[in-house]
Design a protein around this ligand. Structure first.
Ligand SMILES: [Zn+2]
Length: 245
C-alpha cells in the first residue's frame, strides 16, 4: 500500500512537471514566434515596395509609348497638310491621284495611330489605378509590420518573466525525477522540450506508440523510474483528476 501511494505521488509529480514543461515550451515558442512573424511581414512589405517600383517603371513605359503616339500623330497631320498642299500644284491627273492615294494611306495610318493613342491612355489609367492600389498595400503592410513590432516589444518582457517563473517551478518539480536520472532528464529536455516526458495510455507510450512491456508497467506501479524502451521518454501513468488523495 505504501509503494502504491508513492507511485501515485510520483505519477502526480511527473504530471505536474509535464504540465510545467509544456507551459515553458509554449512561452518559448511564443517568444520565438514574434521575430518570425516580423521577418515574414518585412518580406511582405519589401515585396509590396518592389511591386510599386515595378509598376512605376511600367507606367513610365506606357507614358513614353503614349508620347511617341502623339508625336507620330502630329507628324502624320503635317504630312497630310503637306500632301493636301501638293494637290493644288498637281500638274497632271496621275500626279493628282497619286497624291490622293498617299493622303488616303497616311489617313489610315493616322487612324491607327489615334486608336493606339487611345489604348495607351486607357492602359495608363489602369496602370495608375494599380499603382495606387499597390501604394495602399505598402501602407497596409507597413502598419501591419509596425503592429507586430509593437506587440513583440510589449509581449517580450512578459514572456521572459513567465519563462523565468516557470523555470523556477520546473526546477522544484523536477525533483520528482531521481537524482541519478537528472542528467537523463536534462538530455531529454534539450532534445524534446516537454516531450521529455510521455504518458502511458492503455499500456502504450503516447510519444512513439510502442507497447510498454508488462515488467515496466509493474515497475511504474512500484514507483520506479521508467523510460520507454523504444523512444527513451520518461514514462508515467496519468490516472486523471481522481488520482490525487
Ligand atoms: Zn516511446
Amino acid at each position: 500500500m505504501a509503494a502504491e501511494a508513492s507511485a501515485a505521488e510520483i505519477a502526480q509529480g511527473m504530471k505536474t512537471l509535464h504540465v510545467l514543461l509544456r507551459r515553458l515550451d509554449t512561452a518559448r515558442e511564443r517568444l520565438q514566434e514574434g521575430p518570425r512573424r516580423i521577418a515574414l511581414a518585412e518580406r511582405q512589405q519589401a515585396r509590396a515596395e518592389a511591386q510599386v517600383e515595378e509598376q512605376q517603371q511600367k507606367l513610365k513605359g506606357l507614358k513614353k509609348q503614349s508620347d511617341e503616339c502623339n508625336l507620330n500623330l502630329k507628324s502624320k497631320e503635317s504630312d497630310i497638310l503637306k500632301l493636301e498642299g501638293q494637290l493644288n500644284t498637281a500638274t497632271s491627273n496621275e500626279v493628282y491621284s497619286s497624291i490622293k492615294g498617299q493622303i488616303a494611306s497616311v489617313r489610315t495610318a493616322r487612324g491607327e495611330m489615334e486608336e493606339a493613342g487611345l489604348l495607351a491612355l486607357e492602359a495608363i489609367d489602369e496602370a495608375e489605378q494599380q499603382l495606387q492600389d499597390l501604394r495602399k498595400l505598402v501602407q497596409q503592410r507597413s502598419s501591419e509590420l509596425q503592429a507586430l513590432r509593437d506587440e513583440h516589444a510589449r509581449e517580450t518582457p512578459l514572456l521572459e518573466a513567465e519563462i523565468a517563473d516557470v523555470e523556477q517551478l520546473v526546477l522544484s518539480a523536477a525533483a520528482i525525477v531521481p537524482a541519478a536520472e537528472q542528467q537523463t532528464l536534462m538530455r531529454l529536455r534539450t532534445a524534446h522540450g516537454a516531450g521529455a516526458l510521455a504518458t502511458v495510455e492503455e499500456d502504450f507510450c503516447t510519444a512513439c506508440d510502442t507497447r510498454v512491456i508488462a515488467q515496466d508497467m509493474v515497475r511504474m506501479r512500484t514507483a520506479k523510474f521508467v523510460q520507454c524502451r523504444d523512444c527513451g521518454r520518461i514514462l508515467y501513468v496519468d490516472s486523471g483528476a481522481g488520482s490525487e488523495s
